[in-house]
Design a protein around this ligand. Sequence first.
Ligand code: F3S
Length: 773
Amino acid sequence: DAALRPSLPKSIKPDTYRKLHGKLLEVRRTLGNQPLTLAEKILYSHLDDVEQSLLTNTDNGRSIRGSANLKLNPDRVNMQDASAQMALLQFMSCNLDQPAIPASIHCDHLIVGEKGAESDLSEGISTNKEVFDFLESAARRYGMDFWPPGAGIIHQTVLEVYALPGLMMLGTDSHSPNAGGLSTITIGVGGADAVEALVGAPWELKAPRILGVKLTGQLNGWAAPKDIILALAGKLTVRGGTGYIVEYFGEGVESLSATGMATICNMGAEVGATTSIFPYTKASERYLLQTRRAEQHKALASFRSWGSFDFRPDEGAQYDDVIEINLSDLEPHINGPFTPDLSTPLSAFATTVAQEEWPTTLSAGLIGSCTNSSYEDMTKVESMVTQAEKAGLRPKAPFYITPGSEQIRATLERDGTLQTLEGAGGIVLSNACGPCIGQWKRQDDVKKGTPNAIFTSYNRNFRGRNDGNPGTMNFLASPEIVTAMAYAGSTTFNPVTDELTTPGGGKSFRFAPPQGLEGPRTPFVSGVESLQALSPDGPNPGVEVAISPTSERLALLEPFEAFPEGDLEGLKVLVKVTGKCTTDTISAAGPWLKYKGHLANISANTLHTAVNAETGEVNAAYDVDGSRHTIPDLAFKWKARGQPWLVVAEHNYGEGSAREHAALQPRFLGARVVLCKSFARIHETNLKKQGVVPLTFVNEADYDRIAAGDDVSTVGLYDMLRAGGRGDVSLRVRKADGSGEFLVPTKHAVSEDQAGFILAGSALSMLAKRAQT
Ligand code: F3S
């Protein structure tokens, strides 16, 4: 252990690896040495009680996946500024002196991208000063690492600093699985889950199934790691990974860079996967060294020599399903608009644009972000810009670059890459989320509502996601394809086959396939002093956490009331929603991000882009007297009237992010139940943590029988909760139009712990009670 101690980042406990080693041996003994996948090795070595988790409800260990309730002890928690506010407010209500495990806060989501890094950052700091001061003071008070605005995007920083093979982390952001690129299991969660881990309570997860993705061959030409996940998203759809960990294996893995693997894991969120992971390869090793972690590299080597962990699946490990992708045949893909699983190969894209009547003019190209701002990505783009520059070409569409961290930015500047991109007219935005999360004040004069097409190397493309304009179609592609399109100014350009005409001489120019460097020749540099992390040695009870009582952006939390003794009576359907209802629909980001720490104020956006199934209107709901309101206005009215309610919806309700506000806000406004055809995993868990009961239809046709305004009471819910999640629940529906009543049978996935949360009012109410006793 002593040999390991100086080698670990100080925010990992020194005995972490020793414990994991011991736990994995115990897991192997318990399961009779059956071969395990890499994901299983890492997850199960974080179990709180190996036997209890692996042998209960699992046919004595024979069917763990999909059945066992894993109670896990994560190694650390990473939080981004938007979600950290609520997580910290919740943590503060537990009255503890310090978190039970290391934690970090990353200020990235609140910086708007507009003119360029310098002015955007100082503008962002002054607009959000109150929130950043709160986060920094909380970090100092409780002994957490604090990454100031401009330091970088959470997932990039975590990959560069905290990710280490074999660890398990929670991140309060759905793209946290990015760290799977360095063989770290990282799961995106809401703030309430993060708080559970921070107070030292084991964190519960239904044992995921494992989807093996076998990579053969080798990428070539224009195909990039991004294309692997774009193609996979097309195959799996946005729901195909639900309940699964996606584990990559096969000889094709060996040819990928660590950052390329991270891009793929990052976008596993787009297929709904619990997380994604790659084995530890030579490239992972190189990345550790390039990011100046020689000591961790040495520690890992000795850890591996103990023999329990090699950060690869065991010989003979079984996957629940296997998808094979031959990288040698893979061509670039373009996904979108409006959903990340609408995948079109580059060679068919121009035809699809014509068929679908999508815009042929490109209005902007944006590269970088947490998904694709690696050294490899940027040097590949640099190689294209250099070729184009020689031919006298300039990008025809505005071209934006978002570095993922100060470390990557400073290294690209040191090596001249950034200057090349800027020299071609590229606008470098600050090291923050900006346009990736709706924080984009467009300079190119595209009016709200105007249909237009942008290409980005980001990960998500829901309507309005980038610039708040529902008319903007975001097509996801690799940074290289985005760059090619920016030079063409067109969405139908194919850089593999098409040529551009050079100015003046009118010669034909064709891009040669991009060439990049996997990493810098000399290690990364950390960059500007003021953008480095603050890393307190421990908690400091003398620090006062900065919250003004008159703040419009931050407010201490009031606990939710406990579940009544008996079934719920007199609920009303607030609105019946049709179509996609993502966490963006339930709690929009963009300008609303500023109210993340003020539950009452942010609740004014609740479901405000939801489509009313009965009228087809966006954001319209009808009171019992027939008066029309916005959905949040009616919810506020009903809250004031003491009228509890439920929402009825279709499939994959809560798809998208880990945003717990999408559960907190409805709960705050009086929702007790969400009834739908199916849920997205993280959101379903978030609802239960906030004391809202998620139910799905046994017969989907019942969706058509229930309507807004109907009166609903639960049958069997209280008994099910009291029995720790055992038992059936149905809903008695009395039609608002007086046409009678009927019973709707439902399904639920409430575990014993979750039943406790719901009965206590919320997970926080239960944890606070526990922490204080
Ligand atoms: Fe930020 Fe999330 Fe994008 S971390 S850069 S918004 S996907």
